[in-house]
Design a protein around this ligand. Structure first.
Ligand SMILES: Cc1cc2nc3c(=O)[nH]c(=O)nc-3n(C[C@H](O)[C@H](O)[C@H](O)COP(=O)(O)O)c2cc1C
Length: 287
């Protein structure tokens, strides 16, 4: 039984999880950014895993690049497809949307798992070292259960316990799920300021979020941002990054800049973070 695990990751949470599972399943670990723009994706694997972060839950939670990737997959009707969606505060829609996209394309999501990880758009209250350690522990404790589900090719939905809400998380989901749409206008307003089109859709607006980035005087022109960007959105001009407006807003450039020189008006309270077991060199292998 051949397994392929595709991942997308800006700060390493999803990569760390994908890597753990690839090891356990003897699967092949593949960056989906490395294949998404190279034509149709054909695979002989009978098990396909997709690991990605939740982005903008009110808009479905699935990063645009993951949506593009799924639509490039070919002959998926008989495959066992599972997904793991990492999230920082709440993720109730992403797996459902992913399933809908897969179904529109002849496949379906057999198993879906959400895993609580440090919130890479968060301030210090969400991301204390103790909370981070607890999230990593919860993942380690639950990894075998998830692996067993996958190995037995079960049809399953599974949430790892949310560190903030503890065991009542599944109850909270029922309350949060309808309310989450209240945040849609707020998110839309935030996105719209970067794209000057009255009827601009989420799909049009998100790539322009990079207009919020700028560098301060700490920038040493090292080019880490350009090399680490999974969608090659950054060009260096006079040793300074210039964003090309095909951004996923994964924040890799912001979080991995060794000088912390990259700033964004959207991230004023965000503390710099990356998964402790993921190195810059691991991230550079995404293309
Ligand atoms: C643009 C953006 C939007 C996000 N939106 C959400 C969200 O709606 N809900 C949530 O729980 N986490 C959200 N997050 C947090 C990430 O899903 C979470 O930190 C994830 O584990 C990051 O994974 P990575 O390290 O693999 O990039 C968002 C992060 C980014 C960068």
């Amino acid at each position: 039984m051949a397994t392929e695990i595709y991942y997308f990751s800006g700060t390493g949470n999803s990569l760390a999880i994908a890597r753990d599972l690839a090891e356990k399943t003897n699967g092949k670990l593949i960056s989906l950014a490395s294949v998404v723009d190279k034509g149709p994706i054909r695979t002989d694997a009978d098990v396909i895993g997709i690991v990605f972060p939740t982005y903008y839950e009110p808009y479905g939670g699935v990063p645009l690049i993951v949506r593009r990737f799924v639509l490039k997959l070919e002959n998926i009707d008989s495959k066992y497809i599972f997904a793991i969606c990492t999230y920082g505060s709440v993720s109730v829609n992403a797996l459902k949307l992913l399933d809908e996209i897969l179904r529109s394309h002849g496949g379906r999501l057999a198993a879906g798992f959400t895993v609580n990880m440090p919130y890479n758009m968060g301030g210090s209250s969400l991301n204390s070292p103790e909370k981070q350690q607890k999230m990593f522990r919860v993942w380690e404790e639950n990894m075998d259960v998830i692996y067993e589900h996958i190995n037995a090719r079960r049809e399953v939905r599974f949430d790892t316990p949310n560190v903030l809400a503890g065991k009542i998380y599944s109850l909270i989901q029922f309350i949060v799920a309808p309310l989450i749409f209240l945040f849609k206008p707020v998110t839309r307003r935030c996105l719209k300021q970067y794209y000057n089109l009255n009827n601009g859709s989420y799909v049009e607006m998100l790539p322009n979020m990079d207009r919020s980035f700028y560098t301060n005087d700490n920038c040493a022109g090292c080019g880490t941002c350009a090399r680490i960007c999974p969608v090659k959105d950054i060009e260096l001009v006079d040793e300074r990054p210039e964003w090309q407006h095909k951004c996923e807003f994964c924040l890799a450039c912001f979080h991995w800049c060794p000088q912390e020189a990259i700033q964004s008006s959207e991230l004023e309270n965000t503390i710099r973070y990356h998964h402790p077991d993921v190195k810059v060199s691991d991230m550079l292998n995404q293309d």
